[in-house]
Design a protein around this ligand. Structure first.
Ligand SMILES: [Cu+2]
Length: 118
């Protein structure tokens, strides 16, 4: 009993220690992009299909896939789009990847939208 419990604790301690070492040694040097993903201000990203575009109002209607980062199921909805985004290249039916940022009012604004890589 005591022996196996000690062994389990030793393994657990080793498992806890390993990732910390791996991160500090490789994270910054090998994968700076991956490291950025852990930051709090990183935009939330999603994928979906464009339904409607309104360049004048700066809105898009997207049928988006689930977005686990903010616990959203798949749905079709309107989004406000950041003023600097060029909606002239966004067309209904297009598969897109997009970035979201939470605005002051608590609504999510599209801060990037690009044709889905595929
Ligand atoms: Cu939604």
């Amino acid at each position: 009993m005591t022996v196996s419990k000690t062994a389990v604790l030793a393994v657990a301690a080793a498992l806890l220690a390993e990732p910390a070492l791996a991160q500090s040694n490789q994270g910054m040097l090998g994968m700076p992009g991956m490291n950025m993903g852990a930051q709090a201000n990183q935009p939330i990203t999603g994928k979906g299909v464009v339904r409607k575009v309104d360049p004048a109002k700066k809105t898009v209607n997207l049928n988006h896939e689930p977005i686990p980062a903010i616990k959203w199921p798949a749905m079709t909805m309107d989004f406000q789009v950041a003023p600097n985004i060029d909606l002239s290249k966004v067309q209904p039916g297009q598969q897109v990847e997009f970035g979201l940022e939470k605005g002051n009012g608590g609504n999510y604004t599209v801060t990037s939208i690009t044709p889905a890589a595929k």
